[in-house]
Design a protein around this ligand. Structure first.
Ligand code: PMP
Length: 428
């Protein structure tokens, strides 16, 4: 049996950094990534046979835990019927109908294979539909690795975006305006200066890519008003929050607090694929009619609406739609978060935490941060020691302080108790 270290060395010879997505390499926290052999329920097992309580859940999709029988059954059936046709199937309609039934802001939806593809296409659609070029994103929000979205730094509101990645020509990112999350004044100033040129604003309504930061109600209300006043489309990136923070997603949560609230375009991923490559973007018919083949905004995909992925997504949506599913998941997540806060407080460690549905975040900071700058002021060494303490105790948390955590329906009382016991030792 190969060890994690041996596998990591072997991987690094043939795959850059040994991984197919950078955060998996444990660069931020140091140490050797675990090579996962299999998952079952709330657990994953590494190549050495060690078991971990999994709070990453493939970064969100595994809301039912690993190997849920109904999902496995649906996928096996779909595999027997055929892996891919590149032609329309009834299952795509079923999944579109299932998604639309839960997202009243959308009349139509287009299926794609990754969150990156979905946000990229949503921006193109917004630009095509408005005939405008510029758009706003917020510092600390991640929307996939499309060139124009790989911009985060420099909150100077009238300045143009600078790419965060090399290989992105500045011209590609020059129409991306980056503002501070939850900063209403900056938002107002930006709309006052650039309103007529703005195609859209893209936002993570609860930002899971800076751990867990909610858009404040005043911020969200003003964002909606300004977009409507200036004819810019509001894009909700719910790749992470969609069907994860609740059955009506983050937009349902905000609509419950701000009556009538709706985004113009929504982007989903992760949970709607249940662990298979599947994502989606959608909106009102008025906007969606601009997409090819109806309109002039081109967008396509060989594997879009893949029959195995749609079977997996449908089975997952069916399970999470059962009465009481989110009540139970939310209660469990809340129990974890409250437990962690109590343990930290017992140990005199500055700590704050928040959750919604099956998504949570915690900070080694005395108060919940409101923006990226504050999130990144966390003591990284301290976080890394906590992370490794937990990992050694068999608790698998995200290996970076700016990533959200996820609880699944498969996590048991015993798993939560083990997690809190491990946290007690690690925080001590
Ligand atoms: N948007 C958000 C909010 C995300 O969290 C992610 C991925 N974590 C993406 C977009 C990109 O999705 P993908 O990794 O499937 O391309």
């Amino acid at each position: 049996m190969a060890t994690n270290i041996e596998l990591f060395e072997r991987a690094q010879r043939v795959i850059p950094g040994g991984v197919n997505s950078p955060v998996r390499a444990f660069r931020a926290v140091g140490g050797t990534p675990r090579f996962i052999a299999r998952g079952e329920g709330a657990y994953i097992y590494d190549a050495e046979g060690r078991r971990y309580v999994d709070y990453i859940g493939s970064w969100g999709p595994m809301i039912l835990g690993h190997g849920h029988p109904a999902v496995v059954e649906a996928v096996q059936q779909a595999v027997r019927d055929g892996l891919s046709f590149g032609a329309p199937t009834e299952r795509e309609i079923e999944l579109a109908e299932a998604i639309l039934a839960l997202v009243p802001s959308m009349d139509q939806v287009r299926l794609v294979s990754s969150g990156t593809e979905a946000t990229m296409s949503a921006i193109r659609l917004a630009r095509g539909a408005t005939g405008r070029t510029k758009f706003i994103k917020f510092e600390g929000c991640y929307h996939g690795h499309t060139d124009a979205l790989l911009v985060k730094a420099g909150s100077g509101l009238a300045t143009f975006g600078h790419p965060t990645s090399s290989g992105v020509p500045p011209e590609t990112a020059q129409h991306t305006l980056v503002l501070e999350y939850n900063n209403v004044e900056q938002l107002e100033a930006c709309f006052a200066a650039q309103g007529p040129e703005l195609a859209c604003v893209i936002v993570e309504p609860i930002a899971g890519n800076m751990n867990f930061v909610r858009a404040s109600l005043p911020f969200m209300r003003r964002l909606r008003e300004l977009c409507s006043q200036h004819g810019a489309l509001l894009i909700f990136d719910e790749v992470m929050t969609g069907f994860r923070v609740g059955l009506t997603s983050a937009q349902g949560h905000y609509a419950s607090l701000l009556p009538g609230f709706e985004p113009d375009i929504s982007v989903f991923g992760k949970v709607i694929g249940g662990g298979m490559p599947l994502a989606a973007f959608g909106g009102k018919r008025e906007v969606m009619k601009h997409l090819a083949p109806l309109g002039g905004v081109y967008q396509a995909g060989t594997l879009s609406g893949n029959p195995v992925a749609t079977a997996c997504g449908l089975a997952t949506l069916r399970e999470i739609s059962r009465p009481g599913f989110f009540d139970a998941l939310s209660a469990k997540t809340r129990q974890l978060v409250d437990g962690l806060k109590a343990v930290a407080s017992d140990n005199g460690v500055p700590f704050s935490a928040d959750c919604q549905g099956g998504m949570f975040g915690f900070f080694l900071l005395p108060e919940l941060p409101q923006n990226y700058g504050t999130v990144m002021s966390t003591d990284k060494e301290r976080f890394n020691r906590f992370f490794h303490g937990m990992l050694d105790a068999g608790i698998y948390l995200a290996p970076a302080l700016y990533e959200a955590g996820f609880v699944s329906a498969a996590h048991s009382e015993a798993d939560l108790a083990a997690t809190l016991a491990a946290a007690r030792s690690a925080l001590r």
